[in-house]
Ligand binder design. Structure first.
Ligand code: Z5A
Length: 214
């Protein structure tokens, strides 16, 4: 019988270094001979990437917060059922750049929609499925936005006011504190190499048990 793969998510505010550190997790998995796929949210499939564009592009009318929330979960349903679940069922590990914690942080806290509707949609779309490990990169929002802005034009969400990103960060810190078994918090304000070392240590502590049971 095939042992289901593990589900790892990477989270944090703007410019915390997710893309940079995704590569660190990938090389750790490869060194440990794990068969894995890398994907992202919103997006990850052809249709879900179209929904991503709707969410992140600038439009000539403001997007309602509930519209944004429903689009995020529409993309997630597609992504989960056509890509993530099938990969896990085949024994592949899934490394996903953002997942539902981002919805709690951005739509729940940033847009101030609260947890109730997100929790209901999470149950509807995910059922019992939750990540096995979530790495949360933590950084003061002004620093992250500064890093992100050096990369080029800001998308619709990146153009929010700084208070929005403070609420996002606080929510991620609350999620990390409330779910210590699942979440590992990494200080992303340190230089790149120090963040990488901290991340590798975390992966070894949290994933060794899964690697050994294969
Ligand atoms: N969103 C949502 O609202 N609800 C949801 O449910 C989900 C998502 C799932 C897309 O995210 C957007 O979707 C996101 C939330 C929303 N908000 N926006 N906009 P994304 O993940 O695709 O994009 P992002 O958050 O904007 O990520 P990013 O800006 O690409 O940043 P990053 O990947 O975290 O950072 P990076 O590209 O690795 O690093 C940025 C720069 O900093 C780069 O030049 C690095 O070399 C540099 N860097 C990285 N680490 C360091 C350190 N330690 N020191 C110095 N410099 C560093």
């Amino acid at each position: 019988m095939i042992r289901p793969g593990k589900f790892i998510t990477l989270e944090g505010g703007e410019g915390v270094g997710k893309s940079t550190n995704l590569a660190v997790i990938e090389s750790y998995l490869a060194e440990n001979d794990v068969e894995y796929i890398v994907t992202r949210e919103p997006g990850g499939t052809h249709l879900a990437e179209k929904i991503r564009d709707l969410i992140l592009d600038n439009h000539d009318e403001p997007m309602d917060a509930a519209t944004e929330l429903l689009l995020v979960f529409a993309a997630r349903a597609q992504h989960l059922n056509t890509k993530i679940r099938p990969a896990i069922a085949k024994g592949k590990w899934v490394l996903c750049d953002r997942f539902t914690d981002a919805t709690y942080a951005y739509q729940g806290a940033g847009r101030e929609l609260g947890e109730r509707f997100i929790s209901a949609l999470e149950d509807l779309v995910q059922g019992e499925l939750r990540p096995d490990l979530t790495v949360i990169l933590d950084l003061e929002p002004a620093t992250g936005l500064n890093r992100a802005s050096q990369r080029g034009a800001l998308d619709r969400i990146e153009q929010e006011q700084i208070d929005f990103f403070h609420r996002v960060r606080s929510c991620y810190l609350e999620i990390a504190a409330a779910n210590p078994q699942r979440c590992a918090l990494i200080d992303a304000s340190k230089p790149l190499l120090a963040v990488r070392d901290q991340l590798l240590e975390t992966l070894e502590q949290r994933l060794r048990i899964f690697l050994d049971e294969r």
